[in-house]
Design a protein. Sequence first.
Length: 327
Amino acid sequence: CVESREYLRAFGQQRQAIDHALAVLDASTRAQVLNIGLQRWFALQLELIGGAMLLCVALVCASLARNRQEAHLGMSALSLTYALTLTALAKYLVNYGTRADAQFASVERLLALSLLRSEEEELREVELGAFKNLHGGGVDPPPEWPSQGHLVMENFQPAYLTHSSDKAASGGKESASRLALQSFPLRPLTLSVKPAEHVAIVGESGAGKSTLLAGLTRLLPLRGGTLLLDGWEACSVPLDRWRSALLCLPQKPLLLAGSVRHNLDPEGRFSSSTASVEEGDKQLWEALRLVGLDLAEWGLDAELEAPSPASRSLQLSSGQRRLLVLA
């Protein structure tokens, strides 16, 4: 809401925004009050249990002394002392036990993340089920691929994935989840985009424009048809290699914190694969020249977001940021 305060003022929604913020604050405060109340109630119960045990120990010592049995005075005092510290010990045990349980939740998340399969493995599993003649593993195209940009879609139909977990026959325990195709958001589409050809996709909300883009970048698996880029089938190309051949410009430009060079070449391919650093810099300057962005005064090592207020930072407008993303 703080970043959108201009829109709130323009449409006169200040009171609604304040009421929503107060409602969220009240909900958070109610949870905190409940948590503190539970802690105080539990501490009171521990105090009552400790007092009851102390009373029992005192009654036992008094009973032994009344019946004139051998009850050493020092042992009785030691028993009462240990009974007094029992309440504090119980508090420490419960406190550290709950902390350990909360910390092990992070360990459980890390373990679950370590058991997750990669996106490419999941997509390949579904696509191998849809295309029986597809070989696994993927083949790397030549380094100059794609050289033309000829995109062909024949009965292209992406689909959404759903995770379904099977239960074992004995014990009812859940096993590893399986992947399945849930729905088909697009009808089979046949399209051919020739090299250097501009194609605009127009449609109302829900027509499938974003779904089509997600299918082209293989964020969604293929349910049917073929997707070719310069003659290479999308399902046979490794996922990272396929996405590196595509360029997507978001509506809001996203730049990395660092230098201009880091944003143009985040993986360092132009500085490592070329014969010299100067040759890689020439290619980066050529990319800036093609998009019409002049940064000769600042250089490739200029910081876009300075780490400290005293550092010199390169300030770019919204249009210049889009040009840098395009480069």
